[in-house]
Design a protein around this ligand. Structure first.
Ligand SMILES: Nc1nc2c(c(=O)[nH]1)N[C@@H](CN(C=O)c1ccc(C(=O)N[C@@H](CCC(=O)O)C(=O)O)cc1)CN2
Length: 298
């Protein structure tokens, strides 16, 4: 068996095109230009790349972008004050503080300071609570992108067995919730799970979000299963001979592609969908703040 490759780069472009159309309608019919504020603290090189892409794609979609860079030496209070200022700014519909934050800051405190209706990351406890109880939540971008790819690939997910490997607040837990909302039978696996191979083998849908390079082996995958690899791990690549590293996911891609029906690559799978969904969430937040039904925009 050779798996269909789920092209997150191409899919994210269709999401961004739809967002750009919605932004045009918001401007033309409602006189509103959505605004997204991105705050980065410190100089983590990967975060800088992600934020640069967010800022660029915000502008390309026709939204207003507000970009704030703070030094790693900034105090927690400086960051909280920036968030408070953005909460009060009517031009700003969405606020995102890039993670991870420097070690001396309490990430939860920063996230809980963002106004829940502007929390386009969906990390605020109000939004995680709404997601868990079937309310009108802002849904975290990476799980949202994963569920969109799964529905696009498989259609109705109802009754399927899904496993989420990883239980982080920003990916694993909301992912499991979204799969449950699609009527999947969901297992959440983690470092203490016994016989992970057998648990994965039973699943029609495997979402790997464990943060360990190629931990999920190819022969664990059930024939025909759909594999969504959230991992982005940079590992040494001596075979390149140029001293550079390479990116791999949490799944042994070559092995898994022999068994899976469909699989996301790394790079070019889940990653690009994360930023597209951030833009989608900013439009959603703008609509909700202005009493507009988002479904009427297209
Ligand atoms: N406030 C947030 N912080 C972080 C989030 C988040 O959703 N909100 N997620 C990640 C980082 N992230 C977005 O912020 C992100 C990660 C990866 C990609 C991506 O497109 N990856 C590419 C590969 C990029 C590379 O070469 O390194 C891919 O997978 O094709 C986009 C966004 C943590 N922080």
């Amino acid at each position: 068996m050779s798996a269909k490759i789920i092209d997150g780069k191409a899919f994210s472009q269709t999401v961004r095109d739809a967002v750009a159309r919605d932004v045009t309608t918001l401007k033309d019919k409602h006189g509103i230009t959505p605004g997204l504020a991105v705050v980065i603290v410190g100089e983590d090189p990967a975060s800088q790349v992600y934020v640069r892409n967010k800022v660029k794609q915000t502008a390309e979609s026709g939204m207003n972008g507000f970009h704030f860079e703070m030094p790693a030496t900034a105090s927690e209070e400086d960051v909280l004050n920036k968030v408070r200022e953005l909460n009060a700014d009517d031009r700003v519909n969405g606020i995102l503080v890039q993670l991870p934050l420097p070690k001396h800051m309490d990430e939860a405190k920063v996230i809980e300071t963002i106004a829940p209706e502007k929390d386009v990351d969906g990390f605020h406890v109000i939004n995680t609570g709404l997601l868990a109880t079937g309310g009108n939540a802002m849904v975290p971008c990476t799980p949202l992108g994963c569920i969109m790819m799964l529905k696009d690939t498989l259609g109705d997910l109802s009754g399927m067995k899904a496993i989420v490997v990883g239980r982080s607040n920003i990916v694993g837990k909301p992912m499991a919730q979204l799969l449950l909302d699609e009527n999947c039978t969901v297992t959440i696996a983690h470092s203490r799970t016994k016989d992970l191979a057998a648990e994965v083998k039973a699943a029609d849908i495997v979402v790997a979000a464990v943060g360990r390079p190629e931990m999920i082996k190819g022969d664990w995958i059930k024939d025909g299963a759909t594999v969504i690899d959230v991992g982005i791990n940079r590992i040494p690549a001596p075979e390149r001979g140029d001293g550079k590293s390479r990116l791999v996911g949490d799944v042994d891609y070559e092995g898994a592609a022999q068994h899976a029906g469909a699989i996301t690559p790394v790079p070019g799978g889940v990653g690009p969908m994360t930023i597209a969904c951030l833009l989608r969430n900013t439009v959603t937040a703008t609509c909700r703040q202005n009493g507009i039904d988002c479904d009427t925009l297209q």
